[in-house]
Design a protein around this ligand. Sequence first.
Ligand code: ADP
Length: 262
Amino acid sequence: QVHMVTVSPILGQKHRAVLCVFEDVTGHEQVEQMRRDFVANVSHELRTPLTALLGFIETLRGAARDDAAARDRFLNIMEREAGRMNRLVRDLLHLSRVEAEERIRPTDPVDPVAVVQSALSSLKPLAEAHGVMLDLKTDSAPRSVPADGDQLMQVITNLTENAIKYGGADRPVTVRLSREVLAKGPMLRIDVVDRGEGIAAEHLPRLTERFYRVDAHRSREKGGTGLGLAIVKHIVHRHRGTFRIDSRIGEGSTFTVYFPEL
Ligand code: ADP
């Protein structure tokens, strides 16, 4: 937007001039709009389980008071809804922490093999519950990278958890570590590969947006918060890395992250 002000009434007829002020209101308004959307989304995501909890409390006080079987069933649902709120708050805290540190580039060397092994062993119970076999492949001996170890772990955890949840039962998930030289220099490359149903091309550019889901019902059913890939994107950005998604309908998806070695 351009603001035009004629200065002659202020400075007198001698100074016939027009002052132009260029203001990038689009950027500012877009940021404001994104902030408003985010607050609305968070409120909605929290309100849904909260409404369910309040409803069940009321039912437990009334109709289900003397029905032990119903009470157990409702308590299970309440536990699930409270768990959902808990995960949402946890992911919101992760996201805000990563954003707050985004300008500080980590420098401590981290061994990627140890981090991946630790992430995969924590995910073993989830993989078993889905009948998924987790497979770790290291193509060439990966070198240490300057990283925040917890955040590198979170990237691998979020991507592998998605591969398990959306990759389809009884299909293996492979995490591959390798080295690759990109234009930016030598990089650690991590691929998380699933053989699930894949993601249609039109969704790919939006997947890292907060709360964007291909199928909201399915994501909620699987305990998703819609923030996992947004967190991954911010962590990769903080490490000056690269994030890529390749997916084919009916064949599966590969999520690739690169972390600079130096
Ligand atoms: P969520 O908590 O919903 O899993 P994410 O940010 O981790 O949120 O992922 C966003 C969406 O991307 C998911 O809801 C899902 O629709 C899609 N998605 C992520 N990973 C995969 C995958 N491996 N296969 C298919 N779809 C995926």
